[in-house]
Design a protein around this ligand. Structure first.
Ligand SMILES: [Zn+2]
Length: 705
């Protein structure tokens, strides 16, 4: 009974929303379906980038960095002074804020500004800030002052948040070994330097093509690969190739063991272990997981084991379907699925289940329509609207940027999101979120508003019509806006822990949760309409679209578990000289992945995430799991529920990293976060989707019989 009632109320809400948005009547949709409004500059009195008057010209970066250098000196004096009037953590947060505001801004401008002189000035500012930070890292009196407060309490009364954030600052401080005696400290500095260099070399090597003797490539597939004289270049896994033999050849040749890569990886793992031991940790994983959601490597391992057990039969079912597809595809009745097959058959099944090219879906997802969809969710869940906002001359770095003000119905302006959505020369080809200014309490009682940039790489609009998004682009937009809203809705006392500045394994929770909204038919119905006719997307298309995103999720998750375990094992002890990284891979693959290891390959030597994530590759899986748990408990019944939205905002988003995330999640979901509960929530999701997936795969397979 209860369930029917809830569905009804959801439907009512939906109808209401739907009526409200049946044309591009909202200013937000209209704005994003036309070029950004450009104010004509009569006065030439430019406001400066991000409305910083210093940045009316690129030289302003020199002023900013000099100012921050002076301010740093003042704050250090205040922190070590004997008659300090503020809490230590407040001084540290202001110090961090003044450095971050210049460093984050400069880092963004360095990679995003189309004009070289801006990039250069920004890069100089980045270098100056790194030098300041380096000198802070060896400032003993400053360290001692903070250490003293963490160990013995502050001279002023402090809250739990104050204590937690002080500890985080102290941990960051100790990353460079300041707490060690001089010889050990220098060792830490040296090790950090080696690790940086080894990591860079390993990452560069990981993307190098394999150069193979022509005669070593089967003649039947030689023409798939570019040749240079007597050599053939294999530069990737060819996962999209419809030729099974080409995929197999690419897999075997691209993943051929490289002695040099193996040495780099072994040295990297050795240095990391040594670094962790020198700093007093049992292993590198223990060090990396400090202040994380899972808190301890043991919990990661238990979670991965639990998940792995549950996934095994479900992933095998996926592989059986792939096997049938492969047999139909090749006409060979004995064909088996191998390590090079899953990405190909997953994408083939997706295409077949959509029964169309993704271009059939494009007209229903204009950029303006999608922004309206996001606005609908924000209004329903939080009483917040996204308002397209005119910029001052000189405020933005390119002429195709939009600015959104995030406004709450009673609390007013919460922050700004700059939308840098279109590709251009020199812009990094990656969707991401940048914090330009973190939110924090200011000494005068006001709140420093968060400012972020969301960067996407949509094709340049021609403005004969709106920009149209493919289904996966819609997911990315929702994902990145999820990060942005984490920053907007955080109301932390300190910027050091605001929004996405939380632990790595929690940072993807709000963004992945937004993908659940983007994949929900009830949400899509509120905004997916043909950009010319305004006709809503058909129920059949909607069903196919949502189902296509759920295919083979067990085998895909199993692969992620395998990678995560490998990353944990590599970082969980001293490197054994009798054991190669490949032997470890073989063992882990045997236990955690449903498809066998392929002789004479070394996949781990191409796994560049080992450098960036180092013992934290599991983060995405944990974030996904927590997001799934939150979705099932609070939004699956009704994705527009204001009460759930408010609760999620107050109990999760508002705190950023100010409260340990394990505690946040446990309070919010009213259950302790155990490995079993976590694994179960992901398995439940897979099982819920299974019926739809079975239907689709049966119809796809039968259609070809
Ligand atoms: Zn993300």
């Amino acid at each position: 009974m209860l369930k029917t009632c809830r569905n009804k109320s959801a439907k009512y809400l939906l109808n209401k929303l739907y009526r409200n948005v049946s044309t591009w009547s909202t200013p937000l949709a209209t704005a994003f379906n036309s070029p950004p409004y450009k104010k004509i500059n009569f006065t030439r009195n430019e406001s400066g980038l991000f409305r910083l008057s210093e940045l009316r010209s690129f030289e302003g970066f020199y002023l900013l960095r000099d100012n921050v250098a002076n301010k740093t000196e003042d704050l250090i004096s205040e922190a070590i002074s004997t008659n300090r009037k503020r809490k230590m953590v407040e001084i540290f947060d202001e110090l961090s804020d003044s450095l971050c505001k210049v460093a984050d801004l400069a880092e963004f401008i360095r990679i995003a500004h189309p004009k070289n002189k801006y990039c250069q000035a920004a890069e100089d500012a980045c270098i100056t800030i790194s030098r300041i930070v380096e000198s802070l890292n060896t400032h003993k009196p400053l360290y001692t002052a903070l250490r003293n407060v963490v160990d013995n309490g502050d001279i002023l009364p402090t809250s739990d948040v104050d204590k937690h954030v002080s500890k985080l600052f102290l941990f960051d401080f100790e990353q460079s070994g300041i707490h060690l005696e001089e010889g050990e400290r220098q060792k830490v500095v040296r090790l950090n330097e080696y690790i940086l260099q080894l990591g860079q070399k390993f990452m560069a090597g990981a993307v190098q093509p394999s150069i193979i003797q022509r005669t070593d490539v089967p003649s039947s597939v030689r023409n798939y690969f570019p040749a240079e004289g007597d050599s053939v270049l294999v530069s990737g896994l060819y996962t999209n190739s419809s030729s099974a033999e080409a995929r197999e050849t690419a897999y075997r040749l691209f993943l051929r063991p490289s002695e040099q890569q193996n040495q780099l990886l072994t040295d990297l793992l050795m240095c990391r272990h040594e670094l962790a031991r020198t700093c007093g940790f049992e292993t590198y994983a223990h060090r990396a997981l400090n202040a994380s959601t899972v808190e301890h490597p043991k919990m990661v391992q238990e979670f991965l084991n639990e998940l792995s057990q549950g996934l095994s039969p479900r992933a095998n079912a996926d592989f059986r379907i792939m096997e049938k597809m492969k047999r139909q595809d090749s006409g060979i009745n004995t064909a088996r699925v191998a390590a090079w097959d899953p990405p190909y058959f997953t994408s083939l099944m997706e295409k077949k289940s959509l029964k169309a090219n993704t271009s059939e879906f494009l007209p229903y997802f204009s950029l303006g329509g999608c922004m309206e969809g996001l606005d609908n969710i924000m209004r329903s869940l939080y009483g917040i609207s996204l308002k397209n906002t005119e910029m001052e001359p000189g405020e933005s770095w390119n002429n195709d940027i939009y600015k959104i003000s995030v406004v709450h119905e009673t609390e007013g302006l919460l922050g700004y999101i700059y939308c840098d959505f279109f590709e251009r020369n020199g812009k990094p080809n990656q969707d991401c979120h940048f914090t330009i200014q973190g939110g924090k309490d200011l000494p005068d009682g006001n709140y420093q508003l968060p400012i972020v940039v969301v960067m996407l790489n949509l094709s340049q609009p021609h403005w004969t019509g709106p920009v149209l998004l493919s289904p996966s682009r819609v997911d990315n937009l929702f994902h990145e806006m999820g990060h942005a809203m984490h920053s907007m809705l955080a109301r932390t006392k300190y910027q050091h822990v605001t929004g996405t500045r939380c632990s790595t394994d929690f940072a993807e929770v709000p963004s992945v949760l937004m993908e659940y909204f983007a994949n929900d038919p009830r949400v899509l119905r509120t905004f997916a309409r043909h950009f010319q006719t305004q006709e809503p997307i058909s129920e059949d298309m909607l069903r196919r679209l949502c189902a296509s995103k759920k295919l083979f999720s067990a085998s895909e998750t199993q692969l992620q578990v395998f990678y995560s375990v490998l990353d944990q094992v590599y970082h969980s002890g001293p490197v054994s000289h009798n054991r190669s990284t490949t032997e470890t891979l073989i063992e882990v693959q045997k236990e955690y992945y449903g498809l066998p290891y392929v002789e004479n390959t070394a996949w781990q030597l191409r796994f560049s995430h080992l450098v960036g994530y180092g013992a934290k590759y599991y983060s995405y899986l944990i974030s996904k799991t927590i997001a799934s748990w939150i979705w099932q408990n609070y939004f699956e019944n009704n994705p527009f529920n204001r009460e759930s939205g408010e609760k999620y905002r107050r109990e999760i988003l508002a705190h950023g990293g100010g409260v340990p995330s394990r505690q946040l999640v446990a309070n919010f979901l009213k259950r302790d976060m155990t490995p079993q509960i976590l694994a179960q929530s992901l398995l439940t999701e897979i099982d819920t989707n299974n019926e739809i997936v079975q239907d689709i795969s049966n119809s796809v397979l039968n259609a070809e019989m």
